[in-house]
Design a binder for this molecule. Structure first.
Ligand SMILES: [Zn+2]
Length: 343
């Protein structure tokens, strides 16, 4: 979901990522838009939002010369409004279907036939390939053909967490723009000003967001997200006191939904990173600011070696899940890695 916001003077209407927007503005001003861009950065940092804003700018007809893309979307012309409402005929979104493991070749073939067609309304045909790392090899090779011989009016906007997840042949044909984490202060200020979140809650969300504005917006708009997080963390905090039967029950429950398992593992990763910090008496650097007391207590029972081992084990499990190993088996192995403590 793309959070729609009210227009601001900059038109781009994005919190942070000034370096990326400056670069794109200069490119647009010089009328030197490339055929393909790759936006990279962690989940929920704003890659897809930025790709949408660039697409909107490329299609915007509100500039001084309607034949030329302005340096920022006007947010008012018919074209901009169609993009914002998700119904511009020249903007095509490609993403992994929820019931599939990959972006498949049929989707890229559709992209190719759409890109060969004349644009319906705008100056360009813009394609956003969201999560381009989720293309399987066939699809990736098919996309490569489009990148090698692009139609003159086609712009491809790819997003991926890390450029290393794409084929080198694809990487070499796109301009990479990496997005960086925002500071907690930037996120807190934006939540208060634009989403009217109370200062205390904004501070908590900003700390938990760990630099990801998209996550912060989700948390501000969806109360259940924070409630769910708290419940997950409380289970996590009790896990070292559980025997194997209880641990395997949790693994089984989590494995029912692979997507959710992945989100829970991200939470676990932050938790055990916090534990490493707590063990080293750097509690003030922990992300889970509302759980510092629990972290402090557990750190007394968990050694430095054990907490670092857990961080590695969680990263290994995430990697295994990306490679489609059996979710339940992978989580059960991880459960056995959780240190045992008697509280
Ligand atoms: Zn416009």
């Amino acid at each position: 979901m793309i959070a729609l916001q009210q227009p601001t003077q900059s038109g781009w209407n994005i919190i942070g990522h000034e370096h990326a927007i400056d670069l794109l503005r200069r490119t647009l001003a010089a009328q030197q838009v490339r055929h393909a861009y790759l936006f990279t950065g962690p989940e929920h940092i704003g890659k897809t939002l930025l790709a949408h804003r660039l697409a909107q700018t490329l299609l915007c007809t509100g500039g001084p010369d309607p034949q030329v893309a302005p340096q920022a979307p006007c947010n008012e012309c018919l074209s901009c409004r169609k993009v914002l409402h998700g119904n511009h005929p020249d903007l095509h979104i490609i993403a992994r279907p929820p019931d599939k493991q990959f972006i498949v070749i049929e989707q890229i073939r559709a992209l190719q036939s759409d890109s060969a067609r004349k644009t319906m309304e705008g100056r360009r045909n813009v394609f956003i390939v969201q999560g381009a790392h989720e293309m399987n090899l066939l699809a990736a090779n098919c996309l490569l053909k489009t990148l090698e011989e692009p139609e003159s009016d086609v712009v491809l906007l790819l997003t991926a967490p890390d450029p290393g997840l794409l084929l080198p042949t694809i990487r070499s044909r796109v301009q990479q723009i990496s997005l960086h984490l925002l500071t907690a202060a930037q996120i807190k200020a934006a939540l208060e000003k634009k989403w009217h979140v109370e200062p205390d809650e904004a501070a908590l969300i900003a700390a938990l967001a760990a630099g990801r504005m998209g996550w912060a917006v989700q948390a501000a708009e969806d109360e259940d997200l924070l409630i769910e997080r708290k419940a997950q963390l409380e289970t996590l905090a009790r896990l070292p006191t559980f025997g194997n039967v209880q641990r395997f029950e949790i693994a089984q429950r989590l494995s029912a939904d692979a997507e959710k398992a992945r989100a829970v593992l991200e939470l676990w990763l932050l938790w055990w990173r916090d534990m490493v910090l707590a063990v080293h008496q750097c509690l003030d650097l922990t992300v889970n600011v509302d759980m510092r007391q629990t972290l402090k207590q557990q750190a007394l029972h968990v050694g430095n070696g054990e907490s670092e081992r857990m961080v590695r084990a969680i990263l290994d499990t995430m990697e295994a899940l990306d490679q489609n190993v059996n979710t339940r088996a992978a989580l059960e192995v991880l459960m056995l890695d959780v240190p045992t403590i008697k509280m």
